[in-house]
Ligand binder design. Structure first.
Ligand code: PBG
Length: 327
Protein backbone atom coordinates (compact mmCIF):
# COMPACT_ATOMS: atom_id res chain seq x y z
CA UNK A 1 0.00 0.00 0.00
CA UNK A 2 1.23 3.49 -0.83
CA UNK A 3 1.06 5.78 2.17
CA UNK A 4 1.92 8.78 0.10
CA UNK A 5 1.74 9.17 -3.60
CA UNK A 6 1.81 11.79 -6.27
CA UNK A 7 -1.46 13.13 -7.64
CA UNK A 8 -2.68 11.08 -10.61
CA UNK A 9 -4.10 13.14 -13.40
CA UNK A 10 -4.23 10.67 -16.23
CA UNK A 11 -7.85 9.69 -15.94
CA UNK A 12 -9.31 13.03 -14.97
CA UNK A 13 -12.08 14.17 -17.22
CA UNK A 14 -12.31 17.70 -18.50
CA UNK A 15 -15.18 18.39 -16.11
CA UNK A 16 -13.12 17.30 -13.13
CA UNK A 17 -10.14 19.33 -14.29
CA UNK A 18 -12.42 22.34 -14.40
CA UNK A 19 -13.81 21.58 -10.96
CA UNK A 20 -10.32 21.52 -9.51
CA UNK A 21 -9.14 24.77 -11.04
CA UNK A 22 -7.62 27.17 -8.54
CA UNK A 23 -7.96 30.25 -10.70
CA UNK A 24 -11.27 31.48 -12.08
CA UNK A 25 -11.62 34.27 -14.59
CA UNK A 26 -14.54 36.56 -15.11
CA UNK A 27 -15.30 38.95 -17.94
CA UNK A 28 -16.21 41.46 -15.24
CA UNK A 29 -12.54 41.66 -14.26
CA UNK A 30 -11.33 42.85 -17.67
CA UNK A 31 -10.56 46.41 -18.76
CA UNK A 32 -9.94 47.32 -22.40
CA UNK A 33 -7.81 50.39 -23.25
CA UNK A 34 -8.78 52.72 -26.12
CA UNK A 35 -6.92 55.57 -27.82
CA UNK A 36 -8.97 58.62 -28.77
CA UNK A 37 -7.64 61.23 -31.16
CA UNK A 38 -8.98 64.43 -32.65
CA UNK A 39 -10.98 64.32 -35.88
CA UNK A 40 -14.24 62.96 -37.26
CA UNK A 41 -15.04 59.51 -38.54
CA UNK A 42 -11.57 58.24 -37.63
CA UNK A 43 -10.79 54.54 -37.24
CA UNK A 44 -7.07 54.38 -37.80
CA UNK A 45 -4.94 51.24 -37.38
CA UNK A 46 -2.06 51.60 -34.91
CA UNK A 47 1.10 50.25 -36.57
CA UNK A 48 2.85 49.51 -33.25
CA UNK A 49 -0.21 47.66 -31.90
CA UNK A 50 -1.58 45.34 -34.60
CA UNK A 51 -5.29 44.79 -34.02
CA UNK A 52 -5.80 48.12 -32.17
CA UNK A 53 -7.15 51.38 -33.58
CA UNK A 54 -7.28 55.06 -32.77
CA UNK A 55 -10.81 56.47 -32.76
CA UNK A 56 -12.22 59.97 -32.81
CA UNK A 57 -14.83 60.97 -30.21
CA UNK A 58 -17.67 60.27 -32.67
CA UNK A 59 -16.52 56.75 -33.64
CA UNK A 60 -15.48 55.58 -30.18
CA UNK A 61 -19.02 54.78 -28.97
CA UNK A 62 -19.47 52.22 -31.79
CA UNK A 63 -16.18 50.54 -30.88
CA UNK A 64 -17.23 50.46 -27.25
CA UNK A 65 -20.65 49.07 -28.15
CA UNK A 66 -18.91 46.32 -30.13
CA UNK A 67 -16.60 45.46 -27.22
CA UNK A 68 -19.62 45.36 -24.92
CA UNK A 69 -21.18 42.80 -27.29
CA UNK A 70 -18.02 40.72 -26.83
CA UNK A 71 -18.57 40.91 -23.08
CA UNK A 72 -16.24 43.67 -21.89
CA UNK A 73 -17.85 46.36 -19.75
CA UNK A 74 -14.96 48.56 -18.57
CA UNK A 75 -12.77 50.80 -20.67
CA UNK A 76 -9.64 52.87 -20.10
CA UNK A 77 -9.39 55.96 -22.29
CA UNK A 78 -6.17 57.60 -23.48
CA UNK A 79 -6.36 60.94 -25.27
CA UNK A 80 -4.19 62.14 -28.13
CA UNK A 81 -4.69 65.90 -28.61
CA UNK A 82 -4.23 67.68 -31.95
CA UNK A 83 -1.79 70.13 -30.40
CA UNK A 84 0.60 69.69 -27.52
CA UNK A 85 2.10 72.44 -25.38
CA UNK A 86 4.57 72.90 -22.54
CA UNK A 87 1.94 72.49 -19.82
CA UNK A 88 -0.19 69.83 -21.46
CA UNK A 89 -3.29 72.02 -21.35
CA UNK A 90 -5.14 69.66 -23.73
CA UNK A 91 -5.51 67.35 -20.74
CA UNK A 92 -7.94 69.53 -18.83
CA UNK A 93 -9.71 71.84 -21.30
CA UNK A 94 -13.49 71.22 -21.27
CA UNK A 95 -13.55 70.48 -25.00
CA UNK A 96 -10.48 68.23 -24.88
CA UNK A 97 -10.48 65.02 -26.86
CA UNK A 98 -11.12 62.76 -23.85
CA UNK A 99 -13.80 65.08 -22.47
CA UNK A 100 -15.69 64.96 -25.78
CA UNK A 101 -15.22 61.19 -26.09
CA UNK A 102 -16.71 60.83 -22.59
CA UNK A 103 -19.71 62.95 -23.52
CA UNK A 104 -20.40 61.07 -26.77
CA UNK A 105 -19.94 57.64 -25.21
CA UNK A 106 -22.05 58.36 -22.14
CA UNK A 107 -24.81 59.57 -24.43
CA UNK A 108 -24.75 56.51 -26.68
CA UNK A 109 -23.56 53.74 -24.28
CA UNK A 110 -24.66 54.98 -20.86
CA UNK A 111 -23.83 51.75 -19.05
CA UNK A 112 -20.20 51.46 -20.26
CA UNK A 113 -17.78 52.02 -17.37
CA UNK A 114 -15.38 54.72 -18.51
CA UNK A 115 -12.05 55.10 -16.74
CA UNK A 116 -9.69 57.84 -17.87
CA UNK A 117 -5.91 57.76 -17.82
CA UNK A 118 -4.73 60.93 -16.10
CA UNK A 119 -1.25 61.96 -17.17
CA UNK A 120 0.38 64.81 -19.03
CA UNK A 121 2.80 62.92 -21.30
CA UNK A 122 0.31 62.57 -24.16
CA UNK A 123 -0.39 66.31 -23.97
CA UNK A 124 3.00 67.93 -23.38
CA UNK A 125 5.32 69.01 -26.20
CA UNK A 126 8.29 67.50 -24.33
CA UNK A 127 6.47 64.20 -23.66
CA UNK A 128 7.15 64.10 -19.93
CA UNK A 129 4.45 63.15 -17.43
CA UNK A 130 4.66 66.44 -15.54
CA UNK A 131 5.51 70.11 -15.76
CA UNK A 132 9.14 70.67 -16.72
CA UNK A 133 10.92 73.42 -14.78
CA UNK A 134 14.62 74.10 -15.44
CA UNK A 135 14.98 70.93 -17.48
CA UNK A 136 13.42 68.55 -14.95
CA UNK A 137 9.91 67.44 -13.99
CA UNK A 138 8.67 69.45 -10.99
CA UNK A 139 6.70 67.02 -8.82
CA UNK A 140 4.75 69.47 -6.68
CA UNK A 141 3.83 71.92 -9.43
CA UNK A 142 2.49 68.98 -11.46
CA UNK A 143 0.02 67.95 -8.76
CA UNK A 144 -2.34 70.86 -9.37
CA UNK A 145 -2.44 70.07 -13.11
CA UNK A 146 -3.23 66.41 -12.48
CA UNK A 147 -5.98 67.35 -10.03
CA UNK A 148 -7.41 69.80 -12.57
CA UNK A 149 -7.34 67.11 -15.27
CA UNK A 150 -9.07 64.57 -13.03
CA UNK A 151 -11.79 67.05 -12.15
CA UNK A 152 -12.33 67.89 -15.79
CA UNK A 153 -12.67 64.18 -16.65
CA UNK A 154 -15.10 63.58 -13.79
CA UNK A 155 -17.16 66.59 -14.85
CA UNK A 156 -17.26 65.27 -18.43
CA UNK A 157 -18.63 61.90 -17.25
CA UNK A 158 -15.69 59.69 -16.24
CA UNK A 159 -16.74 56.92 -13.86
CA UNK A 160 -13.22 56.58 -12.46
CA UNK A 161 -9.85 58.30 -12.91
CA UNK A 162 -6.52 56.52 -13.25
CA UNK A 163 -3.45 58.68 -12.63
CA UNK A 164 -0.41 57.17 -14.38
CA UNK A 165 2.17 59.94 -13.94
CA UNK A 166 3.93 58.58 -10.82
CA UNK A 167 4.28 61.98 -9.10
CA UNK A 168 4.40 61.70 -5.32
CA UNK A 169 1.27 62.88 -3.54
CA UNK A 170 -1.00 62.95 -6.56
CA UNK A 171 -3.62 60.56 -5.20
CA UNK A 172 -4.18 62.82 -2.18
CA UNK A 173 -4.25 65.92 -4.39
CA UNK A 174 -6.75 64.38 -6.80
CA UNK A 175 -8.96 63.02 -3.99
CA UNK A 176 -9.00 66.43 -2.33
CA UNK A 177 -10.00 68.22 -5.53
CA UNK A 178 -12.65 65.66 -6.51
CA UNK A 179 -14.19 65.73 -3.02
CA UNK A 180 -14.15 69.51 -2.89
CA UNK A 181 -16.12 69.67 -6.13
CA UNK A 182 -18.82 67.14 -5.35
CA UNK A 183 -17.20 64.08 -6.94
CA UNK A 184 -16.86 62.20 -3.68
CA UNK A 185 -18.10 59.00 -5.34
CA UNK A 186 -15.57 58.96 -8.19
CA UNK A 187 -13.00 56.22 -7.43
CA UNK A 188 -9.28 56.55 -8.10
CA UNK A 189 -7.50 53.65 -9.73
CA UNK A 190 -3.90 54.57 -9.12
CA UNK A 191 -0.92 53.39 -11.13
CA UNK A 192 0.80 52.88 -7.79
CA UNK A 193 3.51 50.48 -8.89
CA UNK A 194 4.77 51.49 -12.29
CA UNK A 195 8.21 50.51 -13.47
CA UNK A 196 10.34 52.40 -16.02
CA UNK A 197 9.72 49.67 -18.58
CA UNK A 198 10.85 49.05 -22.15
CA UNK A 199 7.52 47.34 -22.68
CA UNK A 200 5.72 50.71 -23.02
CA UNK A 201 7.41 51.25 -26.40
CA UNK A 202 4.44 50.40 -28.66
CA UNK A 203 2.14 52.58 -26.50
CA UNK A 204 4.40 55.59 -26.99
CA UNK A 205 4.19 54.96 -30.74
CA UNK A 206 0.39 54.82 -30.46
CA UNK A 207 0.07 57.99 -28.36
CA UNK A 208 3.09 59.91 -29.69
CA UNK A 209 4.22 60.31 -26.08
CA UNK A 210 7.89 59.32 -26.06
CA UNK A 211 9.86 61.82 -23.96
CA UNK A 212 11.62 64.40 -26.14
CA UNK A 213 14.66 64.40 -23.86
CA UNK A 214 15.87 62.12 -21.07
CA UNK A 215 13.78 59.23 -19.81
CA UNK A 216 11.20 58.51 -17.11
CA UNK A 217 13.57 56.90 -14.61
CA UNK A 218 13.26 59.89 -12.28
CA UNK A 219 9.62 59.15 -11.52
CA UNK A 220 9.01 55.56 -12.64
CA UNK A 221 10.42 52.64 -10.66
CA UNK A 222 13.64 50.72 -11.13
CA UNK A 223 12.85 47.14 -12.15
CA UNK A 224 15.61 45.79 -9.98
CA UNK A 225 13.40 46.53 -6.97
CA UNK A 226 10.72 44.37 -5.44
CA UNK A 227 10.22 45.62 -1.88
CA UNK A 228 9.82 49.17 -3.14
CA UNK A 229 6.53 48.05 -4.71
CA UNK A 230 4.95 47.48 -1.31
CA UNK A 231 6.19 50.89 -0.21
CA UNK A 232 4.63 52.62 -3.24
CA UNK A 233 1.41 50.65 -2.87
CA UNK A 234 1.19 51.57 0.81
CA UNK A 235 1.59 55.28 0.09
CA UNK A 236 -1.16 55.37 -2.53
CA UNK A 237 -3.41 53.32 -0.31
CA UNK A 238 -2.89 55.77 2.58
CA UNK A 239 -3.64 58.69 0.25
CA UNK A 240 -7.03 57.23 -0.61
CA UNK A 241 -6.63 55.14 -3.76
CA UNK A 242 -9.45 52.65 -4.39
CA UNK A 243 -7.64 50.27 -6.73
CA UNK A 244 -3.88 49.84 -7.17
CA UNK A 245 -2.30 49.11 -10.54
CA UNK A 246 0.88 47.10 -11.00
CA UNK A 247 2.44 47.71 -14.40
CA UNK A 248 3.71 45.94 -16.49
CA UNK A 249 2.27 42.51 -15.63
CA UNK A 250 4.07 39.68 -17.37
CA UNK A 251 7.63 40.20 -16.11
CA UNK A 252 6.29 41.44 -12.76
CA UNK A 253 4.22 38.56 -11.41
CA UNK A 254 6.30 38.49 -8.21
CA UNK A 255 5.31 42.11 -7.68
CA UNK A 256 1.62 41.45 -8.41
CA UNK A 257 1.73 38.65 -5.88
CA UNK A 258 3.45 40.78 -3.20
CA UNK A 259 1.15 43.75 -3.59
CA UNK A 260 -1.96 41.55 -3.52
CA UNK A 261 -0.71 39.89 -0.33
CA UNK A 262 0.31 43.08 1.45
CA UNK A 263 -2.33 45.66 0.61
CA UNK A 264 -6.04 45.35 1.32
CA UNK A 265 -7.17 46.97 -1.89
CA UNK A 266 -8.10 45.39 -5.22
CA UNK A 267 -5.05 44.99 -7.46
CA UNK A 268 -5.22 45.61 -11.19
CA UNK A 269 -2.40 44.29 -13.34
CA UNK A 270 -1.75 46.18 -16.56
CA UNK A 271 -0.49 43.89 -19.29
CA UNK A 272 1.06 46.64 -21.37
CA UNK A 273 1.49 47.36 -25.04
CA UNK A 274 4.83 45.54 -25.39
CA UNK A 275 3.43 42.37 -23.89
CA UNK A 276 0.52 42.47 -26.33
CA UNK A 277 2.75 43.31 -29.30
CA UNK A 278 5.16 40.46 -28.55
CA UNK A 279 2.42 37.87 -28.59
CA UNK A 280 0.84 39.33 -31.72
CA UNK A 281 4.16 39.56 -33.57
CA UNK A 282 5.33 36.07 -32.64
CA UNK A 283 1.96 34.65 -33.64
CA UNK A 284 2.00 36.50 -36.97
CA UNK A 285 5.38 34.94 -37.71
CA UNK A 286 3.97 31.53 -36.92
CA UNK A 287 6.39 31.14 -34.01
CA UNK A 288 3.80 30.62 -31.29
CA UNK A 289 0.09 29.95 -30.97
CA UNK A 290 -1.11 33.47 -30.19
CA UNK A 291 -4.48 32.41 -28.79
CA UNK A 292 -2.89 29.92 -26.43
CA UNK A 293 -0.24 32.41 -25.31
CA UNK A 294 -2.89 35.06 -24.68
CA UNK A 295 -4.97 32.66 -22.56
CA UNK A 296 -2.03 31.31 -20.56
CA UNK A 297 -0.65 34.79 -19.89
CA UNK A 298 -3.99 36.10 -18.67
CA UNK A 299 -4.50 33.15 -16.34
CA UNK A 300 -0.97 33.53 -14.95
CA UNK A 301 -1.68 37.13 -14.00
CA UNK A 302 -4.84 36.20 -12.08
CA UNK A 303 -3.04 33.19 -10.57
CA UNK A 304 -0.40 35.60 -9.22
CA UNK A 305 -3.13 37.44 -7.35
CA UNK A 306 -4.50 40.17 -9.61
CA UNK A 307 -8.18 40.99 -9.18
CA UNK A 308 -8.46 42.98 -12.40
CA UNK A 309 -6.62 42.73 -15.73
CA UNK A 310 -6.14 45.69 -18.04
CA UNK A 311 -5.25 44.34 -21.47
CA UNK A 312 -5.53 45.06 -25.19
CA UNK A 313 -6.68 41.43 -25.48
CA UNK A 314 -9.75 42.06 -23.28
CA UNK A 315 -12.25 41.50 -26.11
CA UNK A 316 -10.64 38.25 -27.22
CA UNK A 317 -10.25 37.08 -23.62
CA UNK A 318 -13.92 37.73 -22.95
CA UNK A 319 -14.70 35.50 -25.92
CA UNK A 320 -12.31 32.82 -24.63
CA UNK A 321 -14.01 32.90 -21.23
CA UNK A 322 -17.42 32.67 -22.87
CA UNK A 323 -16.30 29.67 -24.91
CA UNK A 324 -14.97 27.99 -21.77
CA UNK A 325 -11.37 27.83 -23.03
CA UNK A 326 -10.26 29.55 -19.81
CA UNK A 327 -11.85 30.34 -16.48
C1 PBG B 1 1.16 57.42 -19.50
C2 PBG B 1 1.02 55.97 -19.70
C3 PBG B 1 1.89 55.07 -20.35
C4 PBG B 1 1.24 53.83 -20.34
C5 PBG B 1 0.04 54.00 -19.66
N1 PBG B 1 -0.07 55.31 -19.26
C6 PBG B 1 3.18 55.31 -21.02
C7 PBG B 1 4.37 55.64 -20.24
O1 PBG B 1 4.39 55.73 -19.02
O2 PBG B 1 5.37 55.88 -20.93
C8 PBG B 1 1.75 52.58 -20.98
C9 PBG B 1 0.71 51.59 -21.35
C10 PBG B 1 1.16 50.54 -22.29
O3 PBG B 1 2.34 50.39 -22.62
O4 PBG B 1 0.28 49.79 -22.75
N2 PBG B 1 2.11 57.82 -18.60
Amino acid sequence: MHLTRRPRRLRRTDAIRRLLRETRLSRDALVLPFFVREGKGVREAIPSLPGQWRYSPDTLPDAIAEAKEAGVGCFLLFGIPARKDEEGSGAWVPDGVVQRALGETKRRCPDAVLITDVCLCEYTSHGHCGLVVDGAVDNDKTLALLAKTSLSHAAAGADMVAPSDMMDGRVAAIRHTLDGNGFTETPIMSYAVKYASTFYGPFRGAAGSAPGFGDRKGYQMDWHNRREAALEAGLDSAEGADILIVKPAMSYLDVVSDVAAKVDLPVAAYSVSGEYAMIRAAAEKGLIDGYGAMCETAVSIFRAGADILITYFAGELAAAIRKGDIG
